[in-house]
Design a protein around this ligand. Structure first.
Ligand code: BES
Ligand code: MN
Ligand code: ZN
Length: 504
């Protein structure tokens, strides 16, 4: 889909459909729509159309204009009641509208900024969110289909028109395009099945991102990981026939090589069987997306590269399968991690933390300004928060608050869970420094408490449990059913705004 900007109140335009928003149960239409009607569609004003359209949340009403009208179709988009207004509803409605254009194979759509007049949000934000929702709502994954593939790539063109100039247009279109490319990449990777998306495939994809944007790229194989003492990563990887890959990327703009980097860490389990502590068969196929943390980090790097973000960023993505095998690690094993700390393995299904702990301690050599890890770490997080809110834990209140604040308007919700010191008691071990799981209580917190052992208090750090948010069980408009790409929007913005010297 191509985006254009056109100047002029209601310019001479000969596309297929013009889009207008409306609130439910309001007597008068939104002001821009009301201004447009008398000259452009007087037949609408007193006819039955507006009466029949309730404008409920994401309700769509397609109206055909009389034969002599300049634009042949009008798509009315409901936003629900004004008191229920949210950017999320706006994104949802916009995505559904654009999808209707696709279903009807309408090639050219017009979205006037006038249509947004009277909505309780800045115009720039609305245009940005509309473009984002339009791009992401059309997402689909059909790389592996050979039959009955939906081929419509409509709308081919979305034109935003405005009376005056839009000084922000070039900036936000660049930004939205870059971020959406990153999200699409993250969604594609999380959707791809484990026989396609192997650790090597992840590494190749990352190498592609790095070379496109002039980033440093390095990948450690299992031998190298062993040499470096990454006992956690090696323990998980040794049970798989699929070669493991520990991926390292660095985005370092000119002159910033001494800047303390922002470090992003993503869990990259390309398939999680549970290992010897094997999972039940039901729904095990969902564990193909256990690398979504790494996918989010890579998607974020793609966006950061496209935007040439003036900030040093390092990405670490430990990638491996977690399999049962003659060589697999076993419950009871004691593993020496990269940090030197020893871990007693109680469950081989708590593999995420086993690979992440090595990535977190490996990161210390870079002296991070801040560090965020993302992981589909615990089923408990899905039980606690559901699939639209991510668990947020860490050692730095400011960092966590900033993430919540940045994420909410972008449609990415984070909710804090506590990390009191006493939670560590559940991890005490008789034979090693600590165990890799507790006893069912506070599963998400215990997972984070484990990771905390590997991060000094002096490094601002946040852990995001995305076990729920990474996959949408039902269509959410701008997030079609399936992989969501959750986290990319927040991380791109966070990396740009986090103050290097002072923190938040
Ligand atoms: N990848 C899973 C967590 C998960 C579960 C993500 C469901 C998405 C949906 C993780 O590796 C895991 O197995 N966690 C265990 C931890 C337990 C052994 C402490 C879990 O949640 O049961
Ligand atoms: Mn597991
Ligand atoms: Zn897992």
């Amino acid at each position: 889909m191509e985006w254009r900007h056109m100047e002029g109140a209601f310019p001479q335009w000969s596309g297929d459909v013009i889009i207008f928003y409306a609130f439910q149960d309001e007597e008068a239409p939104l002001s821009g729509f009301a201004r447009w009607m008398p000259s452009q569609a007087p037949w609408l004003q007193d006819g039955p159309v507006l009466k029949d359209f309730r404008a409920k949340k994401a309700e769509l009403h397609l109206v055909y204009a009389p034969a002599d009208a300049a634009v042949s179709r009008l798509l009315l988009v409901g936003l629900g009641k004004r008191k229920d207004w949210s950017l999320e509803n706006f994104r949802h409605a916009t995505a559904m509208a654009v999808r209707r254009c696709r279903d009807l194979a309408l090639e050219r759509a017009l979205l006037p900024t006038a249509a947004m007049e009277g909505l309780p949000e800045r115009e720039e934000t609305l245009v940005r969110e509309a473009l984002t929702a339009a791009a992401l709502g059309l997402y689909r994954y059909d790389a592996l289909k050979t039959r009955d593939v939906e081929t419509s790539d409509c709308p081919k063109e979305l034109t935003v028109c405005s009376e005056g100039p839009l000084p922000y247009w070039p900036r936000i279109t660049d930004e939205v395009k870059a971020v959406c490319e990153g999200i699409v990449l993250a969604r594609d990777l999380a959707t791809a099945p484990a026989n396609v998306l192997t650790p090597s495939f992840m590494a190749q994809t990352a190498a592609g991102v790095a070379s496109r944007h002039g980033m440093r790229f390095d990948v450690l194989d299992l031998d190298r990981a062993k040499e470096l003492g990454m006992g956690g990563f090696v323990a998980v990887a040794q049970g798989s026939q699929e070669p493991a890959r520990f991926i390292i990327m660095e985005h370092c703009p000119e002159g910033l090589k001494d800047q303390a980097p922002f470090v992003l860490v993503g869990k990259g389990i390309t398939f999680d069987t549970g290992g010897i502590s094997i999972k039940p068969a039901a729904k095990m196929e969902e564990m193909k997306h256990d690398m979504a943390g790494a996918a989010t980090v890579l998607g974020t790097m793609e966006a950061i590269g496209r935007l040439s973000v003036p900030r040093r960023v390092i990405a670490l993505m430990p990638c491996t399968e977690n399999m049962p095998d003659g060589r697999a690690y076993k419950p009871g094993d004691v593993v020496k991690t990269h940090s030197g700390l020893t871990v007693e393995v109680i469950s081989t299904d708590a593999e995420g933390r086993m690979i992440l702990c090595d990535a977190l301690s490996y990161a210390m050599q870079f002296q991070p300004a801040a560090m965020v890890d993302l992981a589909t770490l615990t089923g408990a997080c899905v039980i606690a928060l559901g699939d639209r809110v991510a668990g947020l834990l860490g050692n730095h209140e400011d960092l966590m608050q900033v993430m919540q604040k940045i994420g909410a308007p972008l449609g990415e919700l984070f909710w804090p869970l506590p990390l009191y010191d006493f939670y560590f008691e559940d991890l005490k071990s008789d034979v090693a420094d600590f165990k890799n799981v507790g006893d069912r209580k506070a599963g998400t917190i215990i997972g984070a408490m484990f990771l905390k052992q590997f991060v000094p208090d002096t490094v601002p750090w946040a852990h995001v449990d995305i076990a729920g948010t990474v996959w949408a069980d039902k269509d959410l408009g701008w997030i079609p059913k399936g992989a969501t790409g959750f986290g990319v929007r927040t991380l791109v913005s966070l990396v740009q705004s986090w103050n290097v010297t002072k923190g938040a």
